[in-house]
Design a protein around this ligand. Structure first.
Ligand code: BMA
Length: 846
């Protein structure tokens, strides 16, 4: 490593990535492989299999996980490298059961995809050619053995063992490997093997820094930062040099164990839209007798993050909110899953696109959900930079796990590895033990839960729950406590409230609300069932037609076709979409129209949920919908599809998550307007409300002053009797438009309709479009003399970013949209196709 003065430390690293070779272990037929990689992508690159995401190809590749695979690399070293005091071989990710052999010496048998595996290899390496071999055992075969040994099965509701051709043998829980590889209700079953992260060879003399714990004490005037390094070998007589943003600072304390320094009047790190997520560049150089031993770099966000649970009067419950730098923060965001089954092929650009999209949709939190992976460093780097808080699950979801000692020891090591790797990120806000396991098992309520415990004898029940407690009430909280600067641990999501699905009563803890969707509740129930922190709720949609075309052929264009059904992994998915669509929309018969209306349905549902949650501030202080992204092309709850296209929901979320947002509700008696805001506004604002017909004529209007807006308490700003606004105008032919303004600047604008979409008497209309090139951007101006409902424009070019889409245009008005390309390409207006809701309806007004 090189410091900012260009000095080199004693530690250097070479990567053993890139070209390897691989064979099915029992065949000895070697092909080129790519590391980091997976066996599936290596077979794909060799044209031995076809793209598993295309049509039904997933079914043809199920044999792969029953086989063993061997990977090999030859590399050469020189004498001066071997002369170093220490040489370590380290694998940052091995998926999963394998034997590592270097120059015919067996180094070990890794058995956990989430851990880092390090081996001392100085005595084994030699000058000239060296051979490194990793033999992977079939995770399914090893899992089947483990299941047999365990004696009885454990719940693993998303493990698609039948698709994997192993009957009802659910083996995912025995292996410390991403749960979603075995299938999920939005994912295929593709159980990978491979060297999925970097392979490093590290050389050093004396000692190297393994980890550093960064601790902070923060006041307004001062931040005291303590760096506590952890060394590979015992060292003493150390001298530290600390640089902050490239400038040397004088430590206030320095010993072999730690170094402490101060930053006066620190620039704080703030979540998105509440301030700047400022990061200090901290460099630590460690010397021993003037020899530079090692250098450590860390971007440090100076901030405090607390989870506040205070008893309050609301239903005798407890608050649950994040407080950053002493300020309560309403968490706006989504749940996040891995971006692919084949993790090593996810590019930095994809990470950037997803997290930038979260920021662009005015989010400030993502939940890294427990059925996936502890994400790559780049994920957290981007969250740090963009001010996106991270709710970090440990990797356990929707199952019950064994509790034998080797399994528990393995889990502990995994937790330590990942906590140490991620703890210094400014964005890490909370560590959570697991996803939905406590609610599914419901240990304290015989009636509640998912019917799991009833399948076991009393003895087995006791054993399963005792194993749960060992992991989630002992091991994981202890690891967090011992290895972090007092970061917050939460045992399960959801927990802390009444987790009974039958009642959905929540006055404390976090809440997953699936009444809408799983429970078939109407959308209006989003306003009824609200907890202190909504960490999950969701509604499905299909990808847009342009995306569907990438994994299907025209004969598949029917949501019930075999191919489309195989890219819909929720058993109730199509049923629910159709049922809710019938309730709200005129259901189109045309496939492409159906996909489009389905996206509107999803967007409308989640938009209303986000608004309902913000309306309930400060009782409710968080709203994370399920889920922002996809891992393959599929019908799912995501707001962005596998190809990175924003669904209608992502645009609607952007609107609903604005820092200051109007919330309009009506019933037969009154129309009510509230303002939800994350920031205080101490200025005179104007609220303009009007009733318009679909040609844009103003039928009724009013305006009033709003003196101030107070953050985190949603307040009513306007109410009027419904009949006074509507008069005799037919409610299927009018729209209620409200605008909150500061001078001429519109803070928020809302269009509200008095009937369901299917009941609207929408006029037949033509959209006029005018394109103007502005540098690399294309500016489109859309207009019409009649109301256009949900204008969707599909741009048939990859990597296109739109400033808005799926919006309404009021009669006689225009809307400007900026269209840009992620790859800096020109956008060709010829590639744009338009669609709006009235085109999909049988009944429009001529
Ligand atoms: C949530 C998640 C996932 C699942 C989703 C949709 O509860 O935790 O397990 O994919 O529901 O059913």
């Amino acid at each position: 490593m090189i410091n900012s003065n260009g000095q080199t430390s004693s530690v250097n690293t070479i990567l053993l990535n890139g070209k390897w070779s691989f064979t099915q272990t029992d065949q000895n037929q070697w092909y080129d492989a790519k590391v980091p990689g997976t066996v599936h992508t290596d077979l794909l690159n060799q044209s031995i299999i076809e793209d598993p995401y295309y049509r039904l190809n997933e079914r043809d590749v199920q044999w792969i996980d029953k086989k063993s695979w061997t990977y090999k690399k030859e590399f050469s070293l020189e004498k001066h490298q071997l002369d170093r005091d220490h040489i370590q071989l380290s694998f940052l990710g091995l998926d999963t059961y394998c034997t590592v052999v270097l120059n015919d010496v067996e180094l070990g048998k890794p058995d956990n995809m989430f851990r880092t595996w390090e081996f001392d290899v100085k005595e084994i390496l030699k000058e000239g050619n060296n051979t490194l071999i990793v033999h992977f055992d079939s995770p399914i075969e090893v899992g089947l053995e483990a299941l047999k040994k365990h004696g009885y099965p454990l719940p693993a509701v998303n493990d698609q063992s039948e698709i994997g051709e192993v009957g009802d043998n659910k083996v995912s829980i025995f292996t410390r490997k991403a749960g979603y590889h075995y299938g999920w209700d939005w994912g295929p079953r593709l159980v990978t093997s491979g060297i999925w992260r970097d392979v490093e060879l590290k050389f050093w003399d004396t000692a190297k820094i393994n980890h550093v714990l960064v601790e902070q004490k923060v006041t307004k005037e001062q931040a005291t930062i303590t760096l506590v390094p952890e060394w590979s070998n015992n060292v003493s007589d150390l001298k530290y040099v600390v640089k902050v943003n490239g400038e040397k600072v004088i430590p206030t304390t320095s010993s072999d164990k730690l170094v402490e320094f101060e930053i006066n009047n620190p620039e704080l790190w703030w979540p998105a839209n509440l301030g700047i997520p400022y990061l200090y560049d901290v460099e630590l150089e460690v010397y021993q007798q003037n020899k530079l031993l090692d250098i450590y770099h860390q971007k440090v966000g100076v901030r405090t993050i607390k989870v506040v649970q205070k008893a309050d009067k609301e239903g005798e419950g407890k608050s649950f909110y994040f407080e950053v730098n002493g300020r309560p923060v309403f968490a706006k965001g989504a749940n996040y899953i891995p971006n692919d089954l084949f993790l090593p092929r996810v590019s930095d650009a994809t990470y950037k696109h997803i997290i930038q999209s979260a920021l662009d949709a005015n989010m400030n939190m993502l939940r890294v959900w427990g059925g996936g992976i502890y994400e790559n460093d780049i994920f957290y780097d981007l969250c740090d930079e963009m001010g996106i808080l991270v709710w970090q699950d440990f990797m356990f979801a929707c199952s019950m796990y064994p509790g034998d000692q080797p399994f528990l020891d393995n889990v502990k090591e995994e937790a330590i590895d990942n906590v140490k790797r991620l703890r210094n990120h400014a964005s890490i806000a909370l560590w959570c033990g697991n996803n939905e396991m406590e609610m599914a098992w419901a240990p304290h309520n015989p009636e509640a839960g998912w019917g799991w415990k009833q399948q076991y004898t009393k003895e087995q029940q006791k054993e399963i729950w005792a194993n749960y407690e060992k992991i989630f009430h002992n091991i994981l909280p202890e690891v967090v406590e011992e290895n972090t600067d007092q970061q917050f641990y939460w045992a399960s999501s959801p927990t802390g409230g009444n987790q009974n699905l039958a009642t959905y009563e929540h006055t404390s803890g976090d809440m997953h609300y699936w009444g809408v969707w799983h429970g078939e509740h109407p959308f209006s129930d989003f306003r009824k069932y609200i907890g202190r922190f909504m960490s999950e709720y969701g509604f499905q949609s299909f990808p847009e037609f342009k995306s569907v075309k990438k994994y299907t052929i025209p004969s598949d264009y029917d949501i019930e076709s075999e191919v489309m059904a195989s890219h819909q992994r929720s058993g109730i998915g199509n049923l629910r979409i159709k049922k809710y669509m019938q309730d709200h929309y005129q259901v189109p018969t045309d496939f492409e129209d159906f996909l489009y209306v389905g996206q509107l349905l999803q967007a409308e549902s989640i938009y209303s949920a986000i608004q309902a949650h913000r309306e309930k501030m400060p009782f409710c202080m968080g709203s994370l919908y399920w889920q922002i992204n996809d891992c393959w092309p599929v019908a799912s709850w995501s707001s962005m599809d596998y190809y990175g296209e924003w669904k209608a929901l992502q645009y609607f979320a952007k609107e609903a998550n604005k820092n200051t947002s109007l919330i309009v509700n009506h019933d037969a008696k009154k129309v009510e307007l509230k303002v939800a805001s994350d920031v205080d506004i101490n200025k005179n604002l104007t609220l303009e409300v009007a009733l318009l017909d679909f040609q844009g004529n103003v039928l009724w209007e009013q305006s009033k002053n709003v003196k101030k807006v107070v953050s985190n308490i949603t307040e009513e700003v306007f109410t009027e009797k419904t009949y006074k606004i509507l008069g005799d105008y037919p409610k299927e032919k009018v729209v209620f438009v409200s605008q909150l303004k500061e001078g001429d600047q519109v803070i928020d604008k809302d269009l509200h309709y008095f009937v369901l979409q299917k009941e609207l008497k929408l006029p037949e209309a033509n959209v006029k479009v005018d394109f103007k090139q502005e540098g690399k951007h294309l500016i489109a101006t859309f207009g019409s003399d009649q109301l256009i409902k949900n204008l969707f424009f599909e741009v048939n070019q990859d990597g296109v970013i739109l400033s808005d889409n799926y919006f309404d245009i009021l009669g006689g008005q225009t809307v400007k949209v900026m269209i840009s390309s992620l790859n800096g390409e020109q956008i060709d207006p010829k590639n744009i196709r338009l669609k709006h809701l009235q085109q999909t309806m049988k009944t429009t007004i001529q």
